[in-house]
Design a protein around this ligand. Structure first.
Ligand SMILES: NC(=O)c1ccc[n+]([C@@H]2O[C@H](COP(=O)([O-])OP(=O)(O)OC[C@H]3O[C@@H](n4cnc5c(N)ncnc54)[C@H](OP(=O)(O)O)[C@@H]3O)[C@@H](O)[C@H]2O)c1
Length: 387
């Protein structure tokens, strides 16, 4: 449609009254203009829609999906980020503790064949809620978000000292649950705007959330009790259940919180008719990531040798990364939310004696009242209510 017709259709250019025009001919001209408008608007509307559709198709054919991965500079996160970027289908936004760590990870990925342009670098210190907020703002500025992998994790097993985040929260729960809780809530609208039919959120949990599992039954098992530690001590809590500080249990508790958060978020998304899905998984025991860096180095060496070379119960870093990639890409999980997959021991299954499959999570992780209570307390601790 020419600019003139379009302008006329909008009524910008009035038809010129011809010399000697009469009231009747002017009325005819006005009627004809109204007819033009009635005919031109649908045409204009259809044309604009065709242009928008063509742009969308171009974006989804040539453009890549964009995934944000926390803790992407090491272990499972780095492995998955590399696989996704190498697939040619994803731009990967690395959300690491510092920008420098993100940039080091990008350099490492480039040395493995990833194109530099497929990687974005961000600072997202999950132990500082201001850093999380700043990261969410920067991620939003740089484009739409199609998937979010909440993968970062920290554990201080054996350390009697209570480490605290910038806002004074116990760090294990502060990073593994609360930092991710805030980041997710800040990015939900961005995920909702994705052009994908079902943008995915994937939570890297662990089988140790379940006190009945092989990993979760060693030492004090995960339980939040009735959250009396949170209620009694507020943000100065040491343990969610109010017991004495136990760093190993705090880690297991944080992984139980990952599960409760997954199910509660999924319920909330379904209630509001969202297209986003959220699922969780446990990658198996992987001794060669950085997760055990705060533990006694001699113990880690012996543990690593025993689990990898003697008992063959450990998984490799890359196969752990593959579990995360599966959760983000597996076609049969399209539109499916609220499920848990575990990379459990399956002796004799090649190549590492593990099987990654849908699994029931612990009894406590399915407690909806507890999940709702945890959600409300988490909102309070991260300051989401004060917005
Ligand atoms: N390895 C296992 O056996 C195992 C088993 C079950 C579940 N998991 C889970 O798998 C996930 C990945 O762990 P991994 O085994 O790959 O260990 P990893 O190599 O130590 O990776 C953990 C990542 O989390 C990051 N992180 C820690 N604190 C952070 C903070 N304050 N802000 C931002 N990032 C932070 C680390 O960054 P820095 O390098 O800066 O510390 C690192 O990139 C974790 O959620 C873990 O709980 C692991």
């Amino acid at each position: 449609m020419s600019g003139a017709i379009a302008s006329r259709a909008r009524g910008v250019i009035p038809r010129r009254a011809t010399k000697g025009s009469t009231p009747r001919s002017r009325a005819r001209a006005r009627a004809s203009t109204r007819r033009d408008v009635l005919i031109a608007w649908p045409l204009l509307y259809a044309a604009l829609n065709r242009i928008a559709d063509a742009e969308r198709v171009e974006a989804s054919e040539g453009g890549k999906k964009r995934v944000v991965i926390t803790g992407a500079n090491s272990g499972i996160g780095l492995s998955a980020a590399t696989t996704l970027a190498l697939s040619g289908e994803w731009t990967v936004a690395l959300a690491c503790r510092t920008k420098e760590k993100s940039e080091q990870a990008r350099a490492e990925m480039v040395s493995r064949g990833v194109a530099e342009s497929d990687v974005e670098c961000y600072e997202c210190d999950l132990a500082d809620l201001d850093s999380v907020r700043a990261c969410a703002r920067e991620l939003r500025r740089n484009g739409s978000i199609d998937a979010l992998a909440l993968n970062a994790g920290v554990e201080f097993s054996g350390d009697p000292v209570v480490h605290r985040t910038a806002q004074g929260l116990e760090e294990t729960v502060g990073v593994n649950h609360l930092g991710h809780f805030l980041l997710t809530n800040l990015l939900l609208e961005d995920l909702e705007r994705s052009e994908l039919a079902h943008p995915r959120i994937v939570v890297t949990a662990s089988e140790v959330h379940d006190p009945a599992s092989p990993g979760g039954s060693v030492g004090n098992g995960a339980t939040l009790g009735s959250l009396e530690g949170f209620e009694r001590d507020g943000k100065r809590f040491e343990m969610a259940d109010g017991g004495n500080f136990d760093a190993d249990k705090a880690y297991k508790d944080s992984k139980l919180m990952n599960m409760l958060f997954t199910y509660e978020l999924e319920r909330r998304l379904r209630e509001r008719g969202s297209k986003i899905t959220v699922n969780a998984f446990g990658p198996g025991l992987i001794t060669r990531t950085g997760l055990f860096r705060h533990q006694n180095p001699l113990f880690v060496k012996v543990f690593d040798f025993a689990t990898n070379e003697v008992f063959h119960v450990a998984e490799t870093v890359d196969r752990g990364g593959d579990c995360l990639v599966y959760m983000l890409e597996e076609p049969s999980l399209e539109g499916v939310g609220g499920v848990y997959f575990n990379n459990g021991l399956a002796p004799g299954t090649p190549p590492t004696g593990h099987k990654f499959e849908r699994t029931d999570s612990s009894v406590e992780s399915n407690n909806q009242d507890e999940a709702r209570k945890l959600w409300v307390i988490s909102e309070d601790f991260v300051g989401l209510n004060s917005n």
